[in-house]
Design a binder for this molecule. Structure first.
Ligand code: ZN
Length: 282
């Protein structure tokens, strides 16, 4: 069974989005000042549905952060955003504006008075934006450390009002996590094979000890491809045990089972169950 294009799109963006959010969460662990964070919150308010990747109470302000995990060379032309393949893509600044306005209205309605500072964060180091206008609320990968350093400056206090406001926002949310938007999928439903990390939907073919992408001709060593696919497997099916045969199938039977066994033995922790050998990540 094939995923619908829409589900495929949601699946890919969730996978990327999840990775981006992990990077941003790690980054925010470097904050030394008192702060309060709400991750992945979804509101359905006043006939509008809007999701916020990260809300942080800091320095008497409410930081609204949208995390965009795109990679590749994007560009702006005449105010429109274009993806690396030249297609018009949603302008994240417009999305940010909409979310900020809706959040502002919601706060006003509940008489929560706090200034909002909205930013779009691009954590993927492979992301570039040509013709990016200056003075836009965008944090590029190269600016992430500086952003945290700036936030660490000055005094920040979390007041009782901030805690109450955070509790109110959480109680108003419909879902506390974006993960619940994952479309229904099962191991059987998904197409098996090693996807090219650049071309996404193109499966690589094995040649000697490599995999090669028929579209961009990029190559990847078996070992790297196996580890990348194990992580993908764990992310999508956290409940499913990692076994040599499952990973062999997940990789579209394109990589010899011997290579998979060797890589799993070397890089993961092996456990013996009554049935067979399974692995967990170190
Ligand atoms: Zn490719």
């Amino acid at each position: 069974m094939e995923l619908s294009n829409n589900d495929k799109y949601i699946f890919n963006s969730l996978k990327k989005g999840y990775e981006g959010e992990v990077v941003v969460d790690k980054l925010f662990e470097k904050l030394e000042c008192p702060s309060l964070h709400i991750n992945g919150i979804l509101f359905d308010w006043n006939n509008n549905t809007f999701q916020i990747d990260k809300l942080s109470f800091l320095h008497g302000q409410l930081f609204l952060m949208e995390v965009k995990s795109q990679e590749g060379d994007y560009y702006i032309d005449n105010g429109e955003w274009f993806s690396p393949n030249g297609n018009i893509t949603a302008n994240p600044l417009k999305q940010l504006d909409r979310t900020k306005t809706l959040l502002q209205k919601l706060l006003q309605y509940y008489r929560i008075s706090i200034p909002i500072r909205a930013n779009v964060i691009f954590p993927n180091p492979q992301f570039t934006l040509y013709n990016a206008p200056k003075d836009q609320p965008i944090i590029f990968p190269t600016q992430l450390d500086q952003f945290i350093k700036q936030l660490n400056k000055g005094n920040s206090e979390i007041s009782k009002q901030h805690i109450q406001a955070a509790e109110r926002l959480v109680s108003l949310s419909v879902e506390k996590s974006s993960r619940s938007r994952i479309p229904g999928y099962s191991l059987e439903m998904l197409a098996k094979g090693v996807r090219c990390s650049k071309c996404e939907d193109v499966f690589m073919k094995s040649i000697n000890r490599h995999l090669k992408c028929p579209q961009c001709h990029g190559v990847e060593l078996f070992d790297d491809a196996i580890l990348r696919n194990v992580k993908e497997f764990v992310l999508l099916f956290p409940e499913e045990p990692i076994t040599t045969i499952e990973i062999f199938k997940w990789c579209g039977k394109e990589i010899p089972i011997k290579a998979i066994r060797r890589v799993l033995n070397r890089n993961l922790i092996a456990h013996l169950s009554y049935k067979n050998r399974y692995y967990t990540l170190k």
